[in-house]
Write a protein that binds this ligand. Sequence first.
Ligand SMILES: [Zn+2]
Length: 340
Amino acid sequence: MKNFDPKYNDIPKTEIHCHLEGSIRTQTIIDIARQYNLILPSYEARELDRHVKVYDQLRDLQAVLDAFAIFQNSITSPAVFERIAWELFEDCSRQNIKLFEVRFSPDWAFHGHGVDWDSCLEGLLTAKERAEYQFDMVIGIIAITSRGMGPESCIKTVDWAIRHKQHILAVDLADGEMLYPMNNFVKPILKAKDAGLKVTIHTGEDTPASAVRDTILAFQPDRIGHGIHSIEDMSVIELIKERNITLEVNPWSNYLTNSVPIIEEHPLKKLFDLGVRVTINSDDPEVLETNVNNEYRIAHEVLGMSMDDIAVCNRYAFESSFIEDAAKQRIWDKYFEPVS
Ligand SMILES: [Zn+2]
């Protein structure tokens, strides 16, 4: 559930793992559908929520895929993409998120309606610049290559990201780690790295610690999305620490996808106590009906992390953020340093 308790809402926050495609407001989906004559199961927000939100662990996989199909089908034009981005940044500012990295998979998001990638990036940049100015925050952009879209898509996405590297900070390999072996993706991801882009990889979400180890050895990532199953093997924990890799953890998402069957048993605090650089994020705030405040509430009230521990996670996010040093330092000094 989205949380606006002042205890969490008032403190300045970071978020470095958030998918733009999982962050579209329900009312916006309806507005877009009306404008572009799209078919929806309902045109009433509360009713549509039942189709586009995952509230509990018991929803079957098909229901989750159906929800994402509606999100995907909503991305109909660069103007729509700009609107979605702007609304996400607005939602960030409502929670006092001051340092934010947004990620999206251009091939997955744009291929349905054949929307032009460059025009969408321009829309996103317009929203970003406006939000940075209006909300006094700093925003970074990550391009995702989705394993499910295949190796050709990975090559295309990496080349596109390299072409726009003045605006795109990093690439992320996401989606279906169990279904799609990593081998086909290593070469393009390393090409991105060679070109100066940062690398983060979704791994160890629903895969074991060995997958995290294989990922680290093959890709040498700067950060890892999730990585929670590394807790099962201390040698992997040591490897993560040795390589100074930051984990982008998303507690409620891990529970809803059943990667962690019981929320009380989420390893966030254990990883933190072991000295792993963990950060706290929301993943897909609209699909999962969560926000960073809620993730902090879980960390504090369910998992027993102190508010000081959480402030340390913010520092980890700041330090590992791909955003340019001067820009993130200004925000850090202004909003975070006095309270930490
Ligand atoms: Zn993710």
